[in-house]
Design a protein around this ligand. Structure first.
Ligand SMILES: [Mn+2]
Length: 340
């Protein structure tokens, strides 16, 4: 295997959120084809040796994978007050500032010069990350999926004053960086200048900052790479022959529903606690496999609740089948139209 072909992945967590990073990493390595080396670059803060050992143990199950730990406190330190001031729209938990680490990847990972895949730790990777790392970027600095945002005057682009400049506002939870391009455009140094200049408007932390920095220089990736499981229920709000639904192609949203590449648990209902979200089961299975769920039930659940959840599972399964049928009907219609 050739090192130049190595896939570089970046995640970040503090000690408290460590199990989430572990599960994202496990899902990613399980879904990888394994014909390319993968290096996990894990930004950490407040990690003890046992936590590192658990992550190393997971990675060691896969001969193609390696991991290195990167302390971020020192790099973020000089900017902490500025960064805190830009988080009005975020819940500040213990690890909230960690997400800023991705902006400093040019400094933190000096040896990464090609592509870098960034993943939030509230994700589950369901397909080979190589496909994401190799996504066509058309010379843009980032690849990312448009965020579901109102298309009206209240849109997030309007909030930031970017509406004339950008075709869409992207979600920074799953990103592909072109590192050479990021450095050429000034990287984290330039990004912090942008943050200083716009700090009254920056509300959603580094996601707003990255949208400012890019200013439209972003390739829109297929939505299956940042799949929100709520779409399976929202599918009836759009017709497949429409060009656009909140910045995305409806037909591609359907493809994401039945073949997600990265599931992003963006809603407030997270899969490590009991709820009725559609894509919780595979997360729960991996929690068991990695040893983070030992009892019979998720926290907050019990026999009766699990029974109700089974009905929701059946309902969600039906919704996925409906999505497949709608998509097949649309494909047939589209094929007929091209024949004419
Ligand atoms: Mn997230």
């Amino acid at each position: 295997m050739d090192d130049r072909n190595q896939i570089e992945v970046l995640l970040g967590t503090d000690g408290r959120g460590m199990f989430m990073a572990h599960i994202t990493i496990a899902s990613l390595l399980n879904a990888a084809k394994g014909d390319r080396k993968i290096r996990i670059n894990l930004m950490i803060d407040g990690f003890d040796e046992a936590m590192k050992e658990a992550i190393r143990g997971e990675v060691a199950k896969h001969p193609f994978a390696s991991v290195r730990f990167i302390e971020v406190a020192e790099v973020l330190g000089p900017y902490i007050e500025t960064l805190k001031a830009c988080m009005g729209g975020c819940a500040i938990g213990s690890g909230a500032l960690m997400t800023w680490g991705r902006c400093f990847c040019d400094v933190l990972l000096p040896d990464v010069t090609g592509r870098l895949v960034y993943l939030d730790t509230d994700t589950y990777v369901a397909d080979d990350v190589a496909k994401l790392a190799d996504a066509e970027l058309d010379g843009k600095v980032f690849g990312a999926v448009p965020e579901s945002t109102p298309t009206s005057k209240e849109s997030w682009l309007h909030r930031l004053g970017l509406a004339d400049k950008c075709a869409f506002y992207f979600c920074a939870g799953v990103m592909v960086f072109d590192m050479a391009e990021y450095r050429r455009l000034g990287g984290s140094k330039k990004l912090m200048e942008v943050v200083e200049a716009n700090r009254d408007r920056i509300f959603l932390a580094d996601q707003d900052a990255l949208n400012y920095f890019a200013g439209g220089n972003v390739k829109s990736l297929h939505p299956r790479w940042n799949y929100n499981d709520g779409w399976v229920e929202k599918q009836f709000r759009f017709r497949l022959d429409e060009k656009d639904y909140r910045g995305r192609k409806p037909s591609e949203m359907m493809e994401a529903i039945f073949a997600p590449g990265v599931i992003h648990y963006q809603n407030k209902n997270k899969p490590w606690r009991f709820n009725h979200r559609p894509e919780g089961r595979r997360y729960e299975r991996l929690m068991r496999a990695t040893g983070y769920l030992k009892g019979r039930y998720l926290p907050g659940s019990g026999f009766g609740k699990e029974l109700v959840r089974s009905f929701f599972d059946a309902y969600h399964w039906v919704l996925v089948q409906v999505a497949k049928l709608r998509y097949a009907a649309w494909s047939r219609k589209a094929a007929k139209e091209t024949d004419k």
